[in-house]
Design a protein around this ligand. Structure first.
Ligand code: FAD
Length: 405
């Protein structure tokens, strides 16, 4: 059509889920999903791939198989958004006009922000679970390391799945513990931030594992450069008085979580907030100035934890509110900031951290959420991928009914 009812930018977790939820409510709308990639990734399992507990091939599906019935996949990339003209431009110069826009292109890994990182990744023991191609290399590095020094890094917030940097460390340490080599390995966690986990309730159980694995925590310590062939990493430590000092450490294995930011076309647009993410009302996920624009997923500027779990609750909220505005009603559905981080503290046990805005706990089960459990490992390893592909991406809103405003 020359005028789409809805244009969705991105066919990742958020784009597919929200398109399915909208079409469930209004099957006759014309919905376009703009997505450049023919492969769709279930990223939450990459942590398990890095720990040798998940087949990487099962984290990837053909985009064509996931596009909801009734939606049209436009295989392209958005380069510009002009919300005052209700128009987006694609990379081939073509433009799309819309009645409603949903912005869900995820976030961008800023590999270039760390000197020497791009040329080192995938060799010299330098790896990252944040890249599909490298999650299995993490497992190779872990298996090959018998003695020496292993460094795990966490960049400044916000990042997707804030627990993933330490999950990589716990699963690696558990393997070394099982094979009897942990005592020969100096494990260091370098965190640009000042706390182990943003929600204080979960810090004590995590500290138990830090102690058990004899891992060293370095706070306010940001990776700034990597020299792969020399196997050296440089960190900048911010001191209490605002000054900083750089120091270089040798390593045998380096697991890097790259700094993350909104995609450039979002940062450059009128829709962005000061930090570059898509500005939204925290409750309705509607843009504060453009009533026909919504956003969800990692690109969205709400202050929730950037996770697929958040998307599961956000998609019905956006669908509900978009349909309300379409019918000239005010938005009715409220998002409470839900996000979840299944912390894989050992192979076979997970601390399921579920929380909303301001770190308010939102457990789905009537159990103490701070206890590591086998049941939650089962949920993460076996149930979550099914919930993702079979429910969330198909617009089945089981356990995800939105609250009312
Ligand atoms: P994505 O799923 O990344 O999709 C974005 C899509 O937009 C992509 O397909 C991309 O090709 C497309 N796109 C990009 N630019 C454009 C453009 N210009 N035009 C059109 N399309 C574009 N979440 C959890 O809930 N639990 C976990 O345990 C968990 N663990 C994680 C571990 C790792 C290692 C990683 C990397 C992530 C993890 N996550 C976890 C986070 C989760 O994967 C993301 O929060 C989720 O995928 C966000 O969905 P999204 O649609 O916003 O982004």
């Amino acid at each position: 059509p020359t005028l789409w009812d809805v244009v969705v930018i991105g066919g990742g977790a958020a784009g597919i889920a929200v398109a399915a939820s909208i079409l469930k409510r209004k099957p006759h709308l014309s919905v376009a999903i703009v997505e450049p990639s023919d492969r769709h990734f279930y990223q939450p399992a990459w942590t398990l791939v890095g720990g040798g507990c998940f087949n990487p091939a099962n984290t990837c599906k053909a985009t064509s198989k996931l596009i909801p019935n009734g939606a049209k996949w436009l295989r392209s990339r958005v380069t510009e958004m002009e919300p005052t003209h209700n128009r987006v431009t694609l990379e081939d110069g073509q433009s799309l006009n819309y009645q409603f826009l949903v912005v869900a292109p995820g976030l961008e890994l800023n590999l270039g922000a760390i000197e020497g990182l791009e040329s080192s990744l995938g060799k010299h023991g330098v790896t990252s679970n944040y890249l599909f191609e490298l999650a299995s290399y993490t497992w190779e590095c872990v298996r090959n390391l018998q003695r020496g020094r292993a460094l795990f890094t966490q960049p400044p917030m916000p990042i997707k799945c804030a627990g993933a940097p330490q999950k990589a460390m716990y699963l690696s340490c558990h393997h070394w513990e099982e094979t009897g080599t942990l005592g020969n390995i100096d494990v260091q966690f370098h965190n640009a931030g000042a706390v182990l986990f943003g929600v204080a309730d979960f810090v004590p159980p995590l500290m138990e594992y830090v102690k058990r694995y004899n891992a060293n925590l370095n706070f306010n310590s940001t990776l700034i450069a990597v020299d792969g062939p020399a196997r050296e990493a440089t960190f900048r430590r911010t001191n209490g008085d605002g000054t900083s000092t750089d120091h270089t450490e040798p390593f045998d294995m380096l697991h890097v979580v790259p700094p993350q930011r909104a995609p450039q076309f979002v940062r450059d647009s009128e829709l962005a907030n000061e930090a570059g993410w898509v500005a939204v009302d925290e409750a309705t996920l509607q843009h504060p100035r453009f009533a026909n624009v919504f956003s969800l997923g990692d690109a969205c500027g709400a202050s929730n934890a950037k996770t697929a779990a958040a998307v599961r609750k956000q998609a019905p909220v956006v669908a509900e509110n978009l349909c309300a505005v379409l019918e000239n009603r005010a938005p009715t559905a409220r998002y409470e900031g839900y996000g979840a981080c299944p912390l894989t503290v050992e192979k076979g046990k997970v601390v399921l951290a579920e929380f909303g805005y301001q770190g308010k706990l939102q457990p789905s089960f009537p159990l103490d959420p701070t206890v590591p459990r086998r049941s939650m490992w089962w949920l993460k390893r076996h149930a979550m991928p099914k919930i993702y592909f079979e429910l969330m991406l198909k617009g089945h809103e089981w356990l995800a009914r939105p609250g009312k405003l």
